[in-house]
Design a protein around this ligand. Structure first.
Ligand SMILES: [Zn+2]
Length: 326
């Protein structure tokens, strides 16, 4: 039987179960609810004409990612490059125009990467600290040139294979191999990649992994630094506490109480095959998979709720992915 208890605990990024019935989570804007580790989601070859669509999907899922831009694309799509940073993404250098670089002389490498960094900085206001060589092709000279320009080389641990025609389910399956600290290769401009993001996030959430930034000192995924880059939604921090006041044989209700802001956006997720059905007391948007709910305050107060169908998974409960004020 499920009873109801309410807890108010000042616990950061920790889920505390009391008698197995009530869970209080304090989420940072970066979605650090129950983060036992971080992974680096990366999107190469932008910015493109569909960067805006990608950013919408990422924001709807509470994701911050690293965008490895070519200098030429940043120069040709300046507003899309700016939108990446405005949406809370980190930007890296992916060469000037995606040439095979290992055949270049040292001075050609220097000129290529420096031109790319200047174009990216001009478009975004941010000087890249990370460099990903096109095709992952590198050598010692290229690495030292990147380093001399203040950038750490970052390859990847997991290849999503999205560039190779992978289906949505194959991309999701590849991403499910990600372990804490690791980095996955994906690309801007591919619809299957965008369509895979809700399921990738559901899988990461179920394993208490959160999207993080890539450290320029270690090249590994770490917690976002909360520095100059604004979080998704552009606001400050708030907290979302979850409880589960009603549980039936086929479904359960989740009640969410927000503190720290009167105007907010909360992203919560359930584990597939669970599906979010009805919601109340907010402006709701449920993604195509039915597992991610983005709820915005609508003047009905600081508590909202929703019903989730078990669909055979009666053990899982909704989790907070992020709470953003403003
Ligand atoms: Zn590339």
């Amino acid at each position: 039987m499920f009873g109801i208890r309410t807890a108010r605990l000042a616990v950061i990024a920790t889920a505390v179960a009391l008698g197995g019935v009530a869970i209080t989570v304090t989420a940072t804007p970066a979605g650090a609810a129950t983060c036992n580790g971080y992974v680096g989601l990366t999107f190469d070859d932008g910015p493109t004409g569909s960067t805006g669509t990608l950013l919408n999907v990422l924001r709807a899922n509470g994701v911050r990612a690293t965008m490895f831009n070519t200098g030429q694309n940043a120069q040709n799509n300046r507003s899309a490059a700016q939108a990446q940073v405005s949406a809370g993404m980190w930007v890296g250098n992916h060469s000037w125009n995606h040439a095979h670089m290992t055949g270049m002389s040292q001075s050609q490498m220097q000129s290529d990467l420096s031109q790319a960094s200047s174009a990216i900085q001009s478009a975004t206001g941010v000087r890249p600290q990370l460099f990903r060589p096109p095709y992952g092709e590198t050598n010692g000279t290229l690495q030292s040139v990147a380093s001399s320009l203040g950038m750490r080389q970052v390859i990847w641990d997991v290849d999503s294979q999205d560039w190779n025609g992978a289906s949505v389910s194959q991309i999701v399956s590849n991403a499910s191999r990600l372990q804490s600290g690791q980095v996955i290769l994906m690309h801007d401009g591919i619809q299957n990649t965008r369509d895979a993001i809700p399921q990738i996030m559901a899988n990461l959430t179920s394993r208490n992994l959160c999207p993080g930034m890539i450290s320029a000192s270690t090249g590994r995924a770490v917690a976002p630094d909360g520095g100059s880059t604004p979080p998704p939604g552009g606001g400050g921090s708030c907290s979302a506490s979850l409880s589960y006041p009603n549980v039936w044989g086929d479904r359960y209700n989740t009640s969410v109480t927000v503190s720290g802001a009167s105007s907010w956006t909360v992203v919560v997720a359930v584990s597939s095959p669970q599906r979010i059905t009805t919601t109340w007391n907010g402006t709701a948007s449920v993604d195509g998979s039915g597992t991610v709910l983005t709820m915005r305050s609508n003047g009905s107060g600081n508590t909202f709720g929703f019903t989730t169908m078990f669909n055979g998974n009666s053990g899982g409960r909704a989790q907070v992915r992020s709470c953003t004020a403003g």
